[in-house]
Write a protein that binds this ligand. Structure first.
Ligand SMILES: Cc1ncc(COP(=O)(O)O)c(C=O)c1O
Length: 403
């Protein structure tokens, strides 16, 4: 775990932009012996010949590491980079995004508690709400994602946690974080926000009132689809609870994955700028196509929450989805024709990735559950990579001929 008091805030980085923080942030104290890169520290434990020094670290009175299930130097540098990018006071890492989400929820909730969230969160998160939490006697209300008044009304009835994800996966709906955080705080609830789709380059939920921000670092943060990871950052007391839960239950980040995520994050600013621009261009192009029944992208002026997105986001992100005329049969025909997109269950990578929710984000759900969540079977989620946008448009054009 990292918090501001335990880590050296690098004076050289005071006042620099997020793009610069992505390159240099969080690394300072780990650039040892002139290294320009943070090393992978593969050591299960850390030794202290002096018992008093050991005790001071073990009791949290001095910075340092005891055992890598708890903290590790490479993981700490990764936590620090995300922490400074999100403007958080504390951060802690996890083996995956789902470990971050589940550990944060388990750490904050107890039997009898109530959670308010929305219908179309990521499929794994939805399973927490409809299966794992109810098994522990924790009740969950899942509101219509587009109806802020309903969400506010349900929050006002009382809850301990308000869980937001925006933009949502895979229909790219947008929640007004400031508005819902105000309603949650009125009800004395803690606000968690999954910022995976937006990334800290495009949106900072803590500035808008969230108490904790969660990322699947597997996606845009790492950006190269070669490492899994998750992170929770924000209020130090709440982060400490999530850290303690992970420290005991053990879903810790592997230091090699932390190294790959750190390396990937150096180009975060460049990648997101490119992906924002290309996704908007592709969304506009798809919007004009007769084979496409609907395009979901918050950057389109026609998007139902474009005004909220324009207020709280600096860019609209690299993921869009679109519905083909002809439903799932059309998806079956078009997807195999794509030459420049991996057909895979991932997003946020430098390579373009496409797939239907039935095999990607909502594979855990039945067609009926997807229907109830407002996810059409004819939808394709399209995560724009850093390839030339003109090449991607040409690729989509030849594939759409199969509709
Ligand atoms: C928005 C969102 N949050 C969380 C997750 C879970 O992340 P991970 O696969 O790293 O466990 C995903 C995965 O697709 C996601 O899209």
């Amino acid at each position: 775990m990292s918090d501001r008091s335990a880590s050296s805030a690098d004076p050289a980085l005071a006042g620099v932009s997020r793009d610069t923080l992505a390159v240099r942030g969080g690394e300072g104290e780990y650039l040892v012996q002139g290294a320009t890169q943070v090393p992978v520290v593969y050591s299960a434990a850390f030794g202290y010949p002096d018992v008093d020094a050991w005790l001071a670290v073990a009791q949290g009175r001095a910075p340092g590491h005891i055992y890598s299930r708890n903290t590790n130097p490479t993981n700490h540098a990764f936590e620090e980079k995300v922490r400074v990018l999100e403007g958080a006071e504390a951060a802690t890492s996890f083996a995956t995004g789902m470990a971050a989400i589940s550990n944060a929820l388990f750490a904050l909730l107890a039997p009898g508690d109530h959670v308010v969230s929305v219908k179309d969160t990521y499929g794994g998160t939805n399973q927490m709400f409809v299966d794992f939490l109810p098994r522990l006697g924790i009740t969950v209300d899942l509101c219509d994602t587009s109806d802020h008044e309903e969400i506010e009304t349900v929050i006002a009835r009382g809850c301990q946690v308000v869980y937001l994800e925006t933009p949502t996966n895979p229909t790219l709906k947008v929640l007004d974080i400031a508005r819902l955080a105000a309603a949650a705080h009125e009800a004395r609830a803690v606000v968690l926000a999954d910022n995976t789709f937006a990334t800290p380059i495009n949106q900072n939920p803590l500035e808008l009132g969230a108490d904790l921000v969660i990322h699947s670092a597997t996606k845009f943060l790492g950006g190269h689809a070669d490492a899994l990871g998750g992170v929770v950052c924000g209020d130090p007391g709440l982060v400490a609870k999530a850290y303690h839960y992970r420290e005991i239950t053990g879903a810790s980040l592997d230091p090699m994955a932390a190294y790959l995520l750190l390396r990937g994050m150096k180009t975060l600013g460049l990648r997101i700028a490119r992906q924002n621009e290309s996704a908007l261009r592709i969304a506009r192009w798809l919007d004009e196509r007769p084979e496409v029944a609907a395009v979901y992208y918050p950057g389109l002026e026609s998007h139902v929450h474009h005004d909220v997105a324009a207020r709280q986001m600096r860019g609209y992100g690299g993921v869009l989805s679109f519905m083909l005329e002809g439903g799932f049969e059309a998806v079956r025909r078009v997807l195999p024709k794509l030459r420049l997109a991996h057909r895979a269950a991932n997003l946020g990578a430098v390579e373009t990735v496409a797939g239907p929710p039935a095999t990607t984000s909502h594979v855990e759900c039945s067609p009926e559950e997807r229907e109830a969540m407002g996810i059409p079977e004819g939808l394709i989620r399209y995560s724009v990579g850093i390839e030339d946008a003109g090449d991607l448009v040409a690729d989509l054009e030849q594939a759409l001929a199969a509709v």
